[in-house]
Design a protein around this ligand. Sequence first.
Ligand code: SF4
Length: 511
Amino acid sequence: MATLIKQDDLIQSIADALQFISYYHPVDYIQAVGKAYEREQSEAAKDALAQILTNSRMCAEGHRPICQDTGAVVVFLKVGMDVRFENKMSLDEMINQGVRQAYLHPDNKLRASMVSPPIGPRKNTSDNTPAIIYTELVTGDKLEIAIAAKGGGSENKSKFTVLNPSDSLVDWVVKTLPTMGAGWCPPGVLGIGLGGTAEKAMLLAKESLMAPIDIHKLQARGAQSYSEELRLEIFDKVNALGIGAQGLGGLTTVVDVKIKEYPTHAASLPVGMIPNCAATRHIEFELDGSGPAILTPPSLDDWPDVTWQASDSSTRVNLDKLTAEEVASWKPGQRLLLNGKLLTGRDAAHKRIQELLESGEGLPKNVDFTNRLIYYVGPVDPVGEEAVGPAGPTTATRMDKFTEMMLSQTGLIGMVGKAERGPVAIESIKRHKAAYLMAVGGAAYLVSQAIRSAKVVAFEEMGMEAIYEFGVVDMPVTVAVDSCGTSVHKTGPAEWQVKIADMTFPPSHNT
Ligand code: SF4
């Protein structure tokens, strides 16, 4: 007899699952990061891991999002051929209704990041719909659902190639990974799809990220297939690159490598590679017609006992009296605690500023960047007493092309974002004796605790892309590019790659 899945049960299950993964990391991921924290020897990477772990526990306790980028929703459905649906809505409409309900939840409103159309007006759909949905018909009488909320920073680093069948997959991965920079907020899981055709390889890569983290079990029992051998080899060789947490240089860049395969043409070896980030968010469940999914919250005892604290050696900075001379004195890797007024802006705000400056209109009247820093962020809306919701940094390289304009025409003297800067931005930073500071991607709720006030000062109609003025107290950042153009995202990994090469045992085995 066919199983009947009620429309409301499916919608509720999708909404509940998305709320659940917005604040609960998968336990396997958080424990893998805990192990990485224990063995980490790089001070900078260890500090970043401590922030990620502390943020994770705070989110689990406070039911607030792990990251300000609450992701694009990706859903894999396996529909049993003996399943029937109440058919007032299409399957996709039911999923999207669940997404809408989750992202507009009044107690934990999530950031709507989807824009439509993808080019041109790029208008925010305001409820994070539509989801990206893949549906497969399988035997059976259940509906299996795997659902993820995938951050833009890690998704943007996806790679694809078609290798010659005789080429080395491992060589391609090891060569390609450093080109991804740190905008994918390592450490995470690397998903690799092999075979099929071009689009199939990418889909396999994405689907591979839904599997549990088990590389250390595989290390213990040994490989039993060629693809398991590849997983082990790629895991060791990628971690030996020394990229480390947040690209600061260190022992752990990936906490697992997943491979999903499909037969392919004799002339081809399509390869898709997609990383998962510090905001790894996915859950799997099934519906059998008996009601909505019951999702069991993890125990807080599952979280590693790690609480991040600002280093005693951190320098307190008064942003309200900041001078170009003080910025020029900061050293690469120096930890700072920011206090005072901080302006924000990301892609759309920079583009608008560029248009205003080019038209001769100048900056909006409430916006003065003279001797100020800008924070690249698109925060989650606040709830309750919060000044702002989770508000971690966004990928700074997207603002590289605006950096010369900002430093030469607005009086700005520094920037705060995540991951590395590209050569054009570093050249501008050097030319203007400015600095670039990094905050930890994936520690958004922790960072938001330092933001005590927030008001929109320009471009309100842009929603999360508006320019805010934050009042911050002891906001933790690290000098990532100093006024001489030295970048810790270059020096850190280079130093740790050499150190790891000198170690007797690969660090990834040291669990
Ligand atoms: S952890 Fe980094 S890549 Fe992941 S969603 Fe957050 S900002 Fe984006």
